[in-house]
Write a protein that binds this ligand. Structure first.
Ligand SMILES: *Cc1c(COP(=O)(O)O)cnc(C)c1O
Length: 463
């Protein structure tokens, strides 16, 4: 993503050439509604509140660092996706983005389906009451035990990821006297990230079976022959944090081509296609994500057009948004610790968490925003890098952002849009205790995943 250079004074001259960051916002106290969840506001006394509760109260009761999840926003996003896709399509929330029993109950109540990709995600979903037929099971290396558990439970679909797995699932289903509904995951030769996509003939990655070279067609041939399987559709997932629909267009076209080939060869019209997830969200004010209804309209137009051209009945469409549902609903609250100005560069602001609660910056060079939330300030903007407390120089939470120059230890700052892939990827590096997730709604706050304790950690250490 191209970012404009910051027109600051000579103090920032050395880093101006890097151009990674935007100009400071006109008002550091204002909250861009694009990156904050819907009930986040700044109250009259200058503090930020979510679900009607001020951050100082939240910090006092639940400690920092902690993730605060706006339940009303989560439910509203589920409804927006369900409404946009309507009765003729299925929305599967990708559980790997963030999964807990409460989340499963909300999804169930709001009428969404759920993707899982491990036996323990499956166990969580079933334990919290998600009907098995509304669960899809993914993964490139599902164990036999995991497959058995999924088939026994009666999951609605298993997404087959390899030739070996086609045989494995069919065998286990037969052993259990069942016929398992299944999709085949194909790689369509589209790699999509943010504002770009690359269409290639071959894909060098571990997921799926290539359309290229007739491999996917061969997989369909084999799956159709096996008693234990009912092949219901083709699945494709092209990437993550995508804004441009062009990648989906190519992917849908190639999947529909396969459906036409399958019809021509076997006389079978597979009734479903799953176009995966990967829809982008706003991490900073520069990002402009699409609304679910725009995405639904675009996808259904593409699929209808391609099917008309191929003389196929339009299949039922599924999508699998993870980040786009949960990402924007939460922020991470940190307490500011050491502040270290590096003359001519930037100011390093250390917080009480770091790469153990948000690995995305270190892992993907992800961009985040940050705001002072325990008070307002009229001080000048200061270029900062928000870093954690871990023994690793790559332990960065927010690479480049502006905070007021009077920032002091003890202030609370918050990083928005941390609902997806933060708690779910959290680690115990340096024996960090993984932070809690607190759901906030209508003036009440409730822990849905509790903070890890020293006792939790030491209990695992049985030497
Ligand atoms: C990761 C993943 C998703 C969800 O991706 P998001 O970027 O969170 O929307 C959906 N489907 C599959 C198969 C995935 O691997």
């Amino acid at each position: 993503m191209s970012r404009s250079a910051h027109p600051a004074g000579p103090r920032h001259a050395d880093v101006l050439t890097e151009g990674h960051y935007s100009a400071p916002p006109a008002d550091l106290n204002s909250l861009d509604q694009k990156v904050w969840s819907r009930t986040v506001t700044r109250t009259e006394d200058g503090e930020v509140a979510v679900g009607g509760i001020e951050v100082s109260r939240l910090a006092e009761e639940f400690g920092t660092p902690a993730y605060f999840l706006d339940e009303a926003d989560f439910r509203a996003r589920c409804r927006a996706w369900a409404d946009a896709f309507g009765r003729d399509a299925d929305v599967f929330y990708a559980g790997k983005a963030f999964l807990s029993r409460a989340v499963v109950r909300w999804l169930h109540e709001e009428g969404l389906n759920l993707d899982v990709c491990s036996g323990t995600e499956l166990a969580t979903a079933l334990d919290a009451g998600m009907p098995a037929e509304r669960i899809a099971f993914h993964g490139n290396n599902k164990s036999e035990a995991e497959i058995r558990r999924a088939v026994e439970a009666g999951v609605g679909r298993i997404v087959l990821d390899s030739f070996q797995e086609i045989v494995r699932v069919a065998h286990i289903a037969r052993e259990l006297g069942k016929v398992q509904k299944a999709f085949i995951r194909v790689t369509v030769g589209v790699e999509a990230h943010t504002h770009e996509f690359i269409a290639t003939a071959h894909e060098d990655q571990k997921f799926g079976i290539a359309l290229a070279g007739g491999q996917a067609a061969e997989a369909v041939r084999r799956a159709l022959k096996l008693d234990g399987l009912e092949l219901t559709g083709i699945h494709s997932h092209i990437g993550s944090q995508i804004f441009d629909m062009a990648g989906f267009e190519v992917s849908a076209r190639r999947v529909v081509q396969l459906l036409a080939e399958v019809r021509d060869e076997h006389g079978v019209e597979l009734p479903e296609i799953d176009l995966g997830g990967g829809l982008g969200i706003a991490y900073t004010s520069d990002d402009d994500p699409r609304e679910p209804h725009e995405i639904a309209k675009a996808l259904s137009e593409i699929v209808t057009r391609e099917c008309d051209a191929a003389g196929l009945r339009a299949p039922r469409i599924s999508v699998e948004p993870g980040r786009a549902i949960v990402g924007p609903t939460a922020f991470t609250l940190y307490e500011v610790g050491t502040i270290k100005p590096l003359e001519g560069l930037r100011t390093y602001v250390s917080v009480d968490g770091g790469m153990s609660d948000n690995i995305r910056t270190a892992l993907y060079d992800a961009e985040y925003s940050v705001a002072l939330v325990s008070r307002t300030s009229d001080a000048e903007p200061m270029l900062v890098r928000v870093v954690g407390k871990h023994c690793e120089s790559g332990d960065i939470v927010v690479s480049d952002a502006f905070l007021p120059a009077d920032l002091a230890p003890g202030d609370l700052i918050a990083v928005p849009a941390t609902g997806a892939y933060c708690r779910s990827m959290a680690s115990n590096y340096n024996h960090a205790l993984r932070p809690p997730v607190v759901a906030v709604r209508d003036g009440s706050a409730r822990v849905i995943v509790r903070r890890e304790t020293e006792e939790d950690l030491l209990r695992l250490d049985v030497g």
